[in-house]
Design a protein around this ligand. Structure first.
Ligand SMILES: [Zn+2]
Length: 272
């Protein structure tokens, strides 16, 4: 069982890893904004090619992160991330898709799963949630992009479903890590969306709360409960409690930076 995540400072770089998974043959990390070469609003470790940053900086930043895992950009796979709920099954032929160019990212997908070693699933975040999956029995890993739309579409549960369908994973074996994201302290929503989501998640109490006339939605807890409802053991879910909006020196935040900002990366792969 996975116990916790760890914050690292290595030279200029700061990042999060999962030591319990490392021991079991999984390489995974979540990057921060620290230690890269990008300038201005993308300062400094932006890894998103779609945000208006210089491509040469982005690729160098991606390589810096992958170096920490001993991984190559040629072995990375990225999907388009459209706030949908489609899940791609990744094989050897996908190596390099989206790694060097937006044009080759797998179109229309927001999650990826694989049982092939030495392939690194990579996705990009600035407030949305990275949800990492590992089945230590069937040796399968997965990575989902879940913002509020993905949460409403239950992409986390659909990723578990796909692991079960394709690789015969048993949900009770699957371990999950939910990375940093915009937490309930900062994720203010409109009364209209609140009403809609209270209906969508009518069996969940206290995920949407009123504070001093504003309404806040706890996306982490919503995803956690969805996963538990879906058969993931509560003790197999590890949550990073860091808010991307509150921690300006650590993370990019789409909402805080009014849309002009960089992206952090989530990466996961099975060792060779
Ligand atoms: Zn916050």
């Amino acid at each position: 069982m996975m116990k916790k995540w760890i914050w690292h400072n290595e030279g200029e770089l700061s990042y999060i890893t999962l030591p319990e998974w490392e021991k079991k043959g999984v390489k995974a990390l979540f990057s921060t904004r620290k230690g890269g070469v990008s300038k201005g609003p993308f300062s400094s470790l932006n890894v998103g090619l779609h945000v208006g940053d210089e491509e040469v900086y982005v690729l160098e930043n991606r390589r810096k992160i992958l170096n920490l895992l001993g991984a190559k950009l040629d072995n990375v796979v990225c999907c388009e991330q459209v706030h949908g709920d489609r899940i791609a099954v990744i094989g050897k032929d996908h190596k390099g898709c989206g790694a060097f160019s937006l044009k080759t990212a797998l179109p229309g997908y927001d999650a990826m799963i694989t049982n092939v070693s030495d392939i690194f699933l990579m996705a990009f975040y600035a407030d949305c949630y990275s949800i990492y999956f590992f089945d230590p029995v069937k040796y399968v890993v997965g990575l989902a992009h879940s913002g509020w739309k993905g949460t409403a579409l239950r992409i986390a549960c659909k990723t578990v479903d796909k692991m079960a369908d394709v690789f015969k994973s048993n949900p009770s074996d699957i371990e999950v890590f939910i990375g940093p994201g915009i937490k309930e302290c900062c994720f203010k929503i409109s009364p209209e969306l609140a009403k809609q989501m209270k209906q969508e998640f009518d069996d969940f109490d206290n995920i949407i709360t009123d504070k001093e006339g504003s309404i806040y939605w706890d996306l982490t807890e919503t995803n956690r409960r969805l996963l538990v409802e879906y058969g993931i053991k509560p003790e197999n879910i590890v949550i990073c409690d860091l808010c991307t909006l509150c921690n300006e020196n650590k993370f990019f935040s789409y909402r805080r930076d009014n849309g002009i900002t960089g992206r952090m990366a989530a990466v996961i792969g099975l060792k060779e």
